[in-house]
Unconditional design. Structure first.
Length: 490
């Protein structure tokens, strides 16, 4: 990268060619999508997404620097308005070259993407009083028996609740919903209900072995078994997997992660009925192997469908109760289509009114995100959850920050709201005091349309703090765009 800047006439030619290519390639992609788009309001968004994908397949870094040197847009914040931003920059370049500009985009057209994103966010997540970013809270089991908890959460600023169908049962979920409705009557505030389908989540089932040896450190070994525990002599510690077929797919050298990456291991040996795992990395004090902890096999094709039989049973309750349905371990547009067909059988007349939230937690889902968006948003209100726990394990912690940025950009281009999830203000929620990293992460989350808090003993305090933080951040930044509010610190 150099400090050399080409004449404005050369930049005008390059940008004109770029605009023509992006428009042409975007139209071609949109034509392929158009027959399946049944939701009229998504057509503009789908076309903009197609333009954005065409643009971002190019390396524009040198062009950006040269445009900046001429005092023009660097194109770095055009996600929601690709052609309008290119046209505005072209108009300015023509003026620099002393040539007449046909016309600049009208302000209404230029900012249409922002209006569409806001309208889609309100449709999916509901309105919010003044603060642009919503707060979503995962309800603990106690929400079924402690009505006052819902009242406190609403009063502190909660906008939506999440019920995780991987836990509790339909009776408990119904009690949570009833307590929420009662709390709404007390507070005068309304909250949307997101019900998360459990999906094919691999977890530790039962554990066998001496209790004092169940804390595993680097170099230790344990067995994952597909069914019955194996005979003595293979390993002191053995654990079943809640999806037995997953263990059978493991091969020597496959990585294994436990408890959102707190422990990493590798398959050393494949045995009849199991696999021996050697721990390669763990917390300094080790990690206790116990039931219900998550298992991840990021390099192993498990051949699982995103919609399990248990999910189908849960859908009977979820489809008639939830405002939004969270879809776990989505991999493709076909996974979305499968759920939509199930919804159509349960609510044939109005299934398209139910909001859908796709949880992006695997590399395959990241690669297929455009087709996931198009299939979902073409038929119903739609949002994306960046499920950072499983995603970090699947793609590597080093790449998480990079990948969550790209997901935010793609979704903004499609005017799709994003939920920033997993371990936001985790230290405050669990222990009552946030870390500096927690606060910085929560501030970064303000670029999404919604932030999710996990359950914990101090979640009410966390909602109150997050409400204040998001309100302040809204004065300084919208998405990637900083707001130049007058500074009063100096």
């Amino acid at each position: 990268m150099t400090d050399t800047v080409r004449p404005a006439a050369d930049l005008l030619r390059e940008l004109t060619e770029l605009r023509e290519a992006v428009a042409r390639e975007g139209r071609e992609s949109y034509r392929r999508w158009r027959p399946g788009i049944g939701r009229r309001r998504f057509r503009v968004s789908a076309l903009n997404l197609a333009h954005y994908l065409a643009l971002r397949h190019r390396d524009l870094r040198e062009l950006q620097r040269e445009l900046m040197a001429h005092g023009l847009s660097s194109l770095g914040r055009l996600e929601g308005r690709v052609l309008a931003n290119l046209d505005a920059t072209l108009g300015a370049l023509r003026a620099v070259n002393g040539r007449p500009a046909p016309h600049y985009p009208r302000p209404k057209a230029f900012f249409r993407g922002e209006r569409l994103l806001e309208a889609d966010t309100v449709e999916l997540l509901g309105p919010t009083g003044g603060r642009g970013v919503r707060i979503l809270v995962t309800l603990p089991s106690e929400a079924a028996t402690t009505p006052s908890l819902l009242v406190d959460l609403l009063r502190q600023g909660m906008d939506a609740v999440r019920i995780n169908c991987a836990h509790d049962d339909a009776d408990a979920w119904a009690a949570m919903v009833a307590n929420l409705r009662a709390a709404e009557a007390v507070t005068g505030r309304r909250a949307r209900i997101l019900m998360d389908l459990g999906g094919p989540k691999c977890r530790v089932g039962t554990v066998e072995g001496p209790k004092e040896e169940r804390r595993l450190g680097t170099g230790d070994r344990f067995l994952l078994v597909s069914g019955s525990f194996l005979s003595d002599g293979e390993a002191a510690i053995q654990a079943t997997c809640t999806i037995p077929g997953a263990v059978e797919k493991l091969r020597q050298g496959d990585p294994v992660f436990l408890d959102d990456g707190k422990l990493a291991g590798v398959v050393d040996r494949v045995l009849a009925g199991g696999a021996e795992v050697r721990v390669t990395q763990a917390l300094p004090d080790g990690v206790k192997l116990k039931a219900d902890k998550g298992l991840n096999f990021p390099a192993t094709d498990l051949g699982l469908t995103a919609l399990t039989e248990e999910d189908r049973r849960d859908l009977d309750f979820v489809a008639r109760t939830a405002d939004l349905i969270g879809y776990s371990f989505v991999q493709s547009g076909n996974d979305i289509r499968l759920l939509q067909e199930e919804l159509a059988t349960r609510r044939p007349d109005d299934w398209h009114r139910i909001g859908l939230v796709a949880k992006i937690e695997t590399p395959v889902a990241v690669r297929n995100l455009p087709e996931i968006i198009v299939q979902a948003a073409s038929h119903q209100p739609f949002g994306v959850m960046i499920a950072r726990g499983d995603l970090a394990v699947a793609i590597g912690f080093e790449r998480l920050a990079e990948m969550q940025e790209e997901i935010l950009w793609i979704c903004e281009a499609a005017h799709v709201p994003v939920i920033w999830a997993t371990q936001v203000l985790e230290s405050l929620v669990k222990k009552g005091l946030p870390t500096r990293g927690d606060m910085t992460d929560a501030a970064m989350a303000a670029r999404a349309e919604c932030v999710m808090l996990n359950k914990g003993p101090h979640v009410v305090e966390a909602v109150a703090l997050l409400d204040r933080l998001l309100t302040r951040m809204a004065e300084h930044q919208t998405k990637k765009t900083p707001k130049l509010r007058a500074l009063r610190s100096w």
